[in-house]
Design a protein around this ligand. Structure first.
Ligand code: AMP
Length: 216
């Protein structure tokens, strides 16, 4: 099954996609993670993306479409994938339709994670990640069991995203509302959009997502 998790920054797309990947083996395709890896490696793509990401602006569609097209052609994606952070514009959504049709594949479900906008900045500003295994944490909502030590791999190194600050969040929300939110009616019209309550506790959000997928 191939799905999209759609929602604003801080909605919990990455957290839920990681859990789905661990449980059902669908592959999480986070364009944000791919771009951060490109920035860290200093590649040409990374150089183009760095400044835009730090300002909370979108990276040009052609670059994003090329990145996803190459990635979904990899053998591991044959088992199904979870798009997390893509598509973010109508042009990306149309390019996705085209590339899937050309590969005789389809999009099975789009899941909107509905959240209260006021909660998003607090969620985003407090988050951090284990530098070794990528497990996500939060200063208020999900601290490691032992302060400073990753619950999963025991590493003591954590990273925080440069764009997870209140100022950049404003630009990211403007981009979401103007360019990504219009994808909701696009997918609703195709009858493949379902909405879950992204404000519920993490386990409950996951339960709702699994219920949607069971019915898809
Ligand atoms: P994310 O990790 O999904 O919040 O993405 C972090 C940043 O990467 C975004 O604010 C954009 O600058 C860039 N980015 C990620 N995915 C896309 C995309 N599909 N289209 C354009 N820019 C993207």
């Amino acid at each position: 099954m191939n799905i999209i998790l759609l929602g604003p920054p801080g909605a919990g797309k990455g957290t839920q996609a990681q859990r789905l990947q661990a449980d059902v083996g669908m592959i999480q395709l986070s364009t944000g993670d791919m771009l951060r890896a490109a920035v860290a490696s200093g590649s040409a793509l990374g150089k183009q993306a760095k400044g835009l990401m730090e300002n909370g602006q979108l990276v040009p569609d052609e670059l994003m479409v090329g990145l996803i097209k190459d990635r979904i052609a990899q053998p591991d994606c044959a088992k199904g994938f979870i798009l997390d952070g893509f598509p973010r514009t109508e042009a990306q959504a149309k390019a996705l339709d085209k590339m899937l049709a050309e590969a005789a594949r389809k999009l099975d479900q789009v899941i909107e994670m509905e959240v209260d906008e006021k909660a998003l900045t607090e969620r985003v500003v407090g988050r951090f990640t284990c530098a070794k295994c990528g497990t996500g944490y939060h200063d208020t909502f999900k601290r490691p069991k032992v302060d400073g030590v990753c619950d999963v791999c025991g590493s003591k190194e954590f990273t925080r995203r440069k764009d997870d600050n209140a100022e950049t969040m404003k630009t990211r929300m403007v981009a979401y509302r103007a360019q990504t939110e219009p994808l909701l009616p696009y997918y609703r019209a195709r009858g493949i959009l379902k909405t879950v309550d992204g404000m519920a506790a993490m386990d409950e959000v996951y339960r709702q997502i699994r219920a949607v997928l069971a019915g898809a």
